[in-house]
Design a protein around this ligand. Structure first.
Ligand code: DX5
Ligand code: ZN
Length: 228
């Protein structure tokens, strides 16, 4: 994709599939990551939850480090935590390649995004389903990826909220108008039945947890989402 080369260079695909570790078997984290990569995963999506920003607790930097040691796959770390600025350095040190922080969290957004980039990582900004695109607008020149949530964050396995498609399309239009170059990622309830709508609206990175890790044939599931 023109203008979005830095991340694409890590992959052979224009449509990137990022299986979410949240749906994997936590007793075998390293094997699960290698299974996803062998099945065609472009990125590994790591959902960090603090029990405060969202109503669930998942894992922290130690698991990110474990995944980093298990595979060379690109690590797409999604921080669903109230104070991303306080924990940023630990997730950088753990081997993250991209860190997304929420616009709704309690931090100086511009400063956090700058710190991520200054550390040599890609910076992402995430929006909950109810948060309008206008909340991200002041920061679009500072990001490498805009993460549009298509479920209320906190849990895997929830149904896709189709209203996110309009937000994706609006973000893609704004990117074009302002001549910017960020990826658009969609996260939550993605499978081969809704992927095409996301791609058509302008998303190029699709997170998929349940529909990949819990599929009988993970490679077939990833291919079906990519080719939807
Ligand atoms: C939700 C997480 C998602 C989730 C996706 O809070 O941010 O990444 O794990 O899982 P599925 O694909 O099962 O909705
Ligand atoms: Zn996520």
């Amino acid at each position: 994709m023109v203008g979005i080369a830095p991340v694409i260079a890590k992959s052979f695909h224009d449509r990137l599939i990022a299986p979410s570790l949240l749906a994997a078997d936590f007793a075998r984290v390293g094997e699960e990551v290698r299974r996803a990569v062998a099945a065609g995963a472009d990125w590994m999506h790591l959902d960090v939850m603090d029990g405060h920003f969202v109503d669930n607790i998942s894992f922290g930097p130690a698991i990110v480090q474990t995944v980093n040691q298990a595979s060379e796959v690109f690590l797409d770390v999604h921080l669903m935590i109230s104070r991303p600025d306080s924990y940023l350095q630990r997730f950088i040190d753990a081997g993250s390649d991209l860190i997304s922080v929420h616009v709704e969290a309690d931090h100086e957004i511009g400063t956090t995004l700058r710190r991520i980039r200054e550390a040599g990582l890609l910076a992402g900004l995430a929006l909950n389903p109810a948060t309008p695109l206008t909340a991200a607008e002041p920061f679009l020149a500072q990001i490498d990826l805009l993460l549009c949530m298509s479920v209320v964050p906190g849990f895997g396995g929830q149904p896709f909220m189709p209203e996110v498609v309009d937000k994706i399309a609006a973000a893609a239009r704004l990117r074009e108008q302002r001549n910017l170059a960020f990826h658009i990622e969609v996260d939550g309830g993605i499978d081969s039945s809704n992927a095409a709508r996301c791609y058509a609206a302008g998303a190029n990175v699709l997170v998929a947890g349940s529909s990949t890790f819990r599929a009988p044939d993970m490679a077939a599931a990833i291919t079906a989402i990519r080719q939807a």
